[in-house]
Design a protein. Structure first.
Ligand code: F6P
Length: 386
């Protein structure tokens, strides 16, 4: 039997280190184990496979990748893996494509004798993996097969892990952008609205705003943060205290929740605000910027590579021993045929059933989390008493 590995969804720095860790830890324990790499995410499962060349990747295939950003395996999103809704006008065609994709993937996995599929990605990727696993077990009930997920996304919105692989690097990339923008903003005494990735969850925007010393932040899942009046109040308070820089961080998903023109409307409000103009002596000029995909690029941070190593090695433990080495064997046993994710609590890897991960992901920011509280404690506010 062999172990398949793929990366899926948005690339995240540290994915390469995770692939390398799975490979090395598996081979360290059982040098004759066979590994298969699937390229370009789940797409790689549905192409014509050649078992003479595709099987058993060699050590040289994972050489020189630990310092590289992105994923050397390639990645992607596969719309066919999402089951269409019966209300979809193209339901029949989409359902046929969905079933066909699953069938080809399952047969390929069978022919490649894959017993474990390691999927490094976010919750969308885990949903796809689970569908494939269920289809596999239905088609070939006598063949062992299970999925081991590793959380790899810059969004950090996966239930069961404090931090996902890639988040720390992206966070540092965004904070670096904020610091650079601050130089120019402060020179001109302007405001900047900076858009950061995060379609449904605002962890990256929130934490980078806090770490970068932003004046305000807006995130999709907390509607109170979309309020222009609240942000204006914060800027006025800053202007009265002689601030020279005003950085407003917004997550991309705010546009979906509060209107595509949310940032341009805010800019117009700020530039027309007479209270700000009176305090500063002239209207506050605003520039719009976006970090975009730059947040995802570059060499992974030491923390991301360490996390990738820990989780990748724990995946090897689960595949080969049925539990994370060193954990209580009675409490952490993973039954064969169970789909799991390797998450983390602090620096400790933990095994979480994939069904549980999917039930609670994406994990969203809400007003009860400590970072939300920090927003009110550390950022500018209209009623600031000092
Ligand atoms: O899934 C991670 C993520 O970074 C989201 O925050 C963002 O919406 C999405 O990827 C964008 O990815 P792409 O443009 O590559 O499809």
């Amino acid at each position: 039997m062999s172990i398949g590995i793929l990366t899926s969804g948005g690339d995240a720095p540290g994915m390469n280190a995770a692939v390398r860790a799975v490979f090395r830890a598996i081979k360290m324990r059982e040098p004759n184990s066979e590994l298969v790499f699937f390229r370009d995410g789940f797409r790689g499962l549905a192409r014509r496979l050649d078992s003479s060349t595709d099987r058993n990747v060699a050590r040289k295939d994972i050489r020189g990748i630990i310092h590289r950003g992105g994923t050397f395996l390639g990645t992607g999103r596969v719309p066919e893996l999402i089951a269409p809704s019966p209300d979809d006008p193209e339901f029949a065609a989409k359902k046929a494509a969905h079933d066909a994709f699953l069938q080809v993937a399952v047969v390929n996995l069978f022919q490649m004798e894959v017993s474990h599929l390691v999927v490094i990605g976010g919750d969308g990727s885990f949903r796809g993996a689970r569908k494939i696993a269920q289809a596999f077990r239905q088609t070939f009930p006598d063949r062992p097969f299970s999925v081991v997920g590793l959380p790899g996304t810059i969004d950090n919105d996966i239930h069961g892990c404090d931090y996902s692989i890639g988040f720390d690097t992206a966070l540092n990339n965004v904070v670096d952008a904020i610091r650079k923008l601050r130089d120019t903003v402060e020179s001109h005494r302007r405001a900047i609205i900076l858009e950061v990735m995060g379609n449904t969850s605002g962890w990256l925007a929130l934490q980078s705003a806090l770490a970068g010393g932003a004046a305000a932040v807006a995130i999709p899942e907390v509607p109170a943060t979309h309020d222009h009046e609240r942000i204006l109040g914060a800027l006025r308070a800053g202007a009265r205290r002689d601030y020279r820089y005003f950085i407003i961080v917004m997550a991309e998903g705010v546009r979906k929740q509060a209107g595509a023109d949310w940032a341009t409307r805010l800019r117009a409000r700020i530039e027309a605000d007479t209270q700000l103009a009176d305090t500063l002596g002239s209207p506050l000029e605003v520039r719009l910027n976006s970090v975009g995909h730059v947040a995802r690029g570059g060499s992974p941070s030491a923390l991301d590579n360490t996390l990738a190593g820990l989780l990748g090695a724990a995946a090897a433990d689960v595949i080969q021993l049925g539990r994370v080495e060193g954990s209580d064997p009675n409490r952490s046993k993973v039954e064969p045929g169970t789909d799991v994710m390797i998450g983390c609590r602090g620096p400790r890897p933990v095994v979480v059933p994939l069904a549980e991960v999917l039930e609670h992901s994406p994990r969203l920011v809400h007003e009860g989390v400590p970072l939300s509280k920090l927003m009110t404690q550390l950022m500018l506010r209209a009623d600031q008493p000092f």
